[in-house]
Design a protein around this ligand. Structure first.
Ligand SMILES: [Zn+2]
Length: 111
């Protein structure tokens, strides 16, 4: 595997979207339940995790409350990335999707 390349793995069954730093792999789950735009939002967010890590490697290993910060930061980096690539997206839909994901994330932490 090219260590400078990010690979995206699309899966139907895995419910999680996550960035696997060690393998430079983005897992995009439940692709059968997302529309094309939602898949793009997820990918932008996971690349946002990579960008967060590049900017501050400490953020890549943060836990709990810090991780909520990283979650939100990664959504913002994803949005910045879309803008710098000239990808047009509906910001309202993007923010709704991001907000939903962050809520789900916080719920899963049981804090
Ligand atoms: Zn995330």
């Amino acid at each position: 595997m090219d260590k400078n390349a990010l690979t995206i793995k699309f899966e139907k069954d895995s419910s999680d979207d996550y960035f696997d730093l060690e393998n430079m792999l983005i897992h995009c789950g439940t692709v059968d339940k997302k529309d094309g735009e939602e898949i793009m939002f997820s990918i932008l967010h996971e690349v946002g995790h990579f960008l967060s890590y590049c900017i501050d490697p400490e953020l890549g290993t943060a836990e709990d409350m810090d991780t909520i910060f990283v979650e939100i930061t990664s959504w913002i980096y994803g949005l910045d990335l879309a803008e710098s690539l000239g990808i047009h997206l509906e910001k309202r839909k993007f923010f709704n999707y991001a907000q939903c994901s962050v809520r789900k994330y916080i719920k899963s932490l049981n804090i």
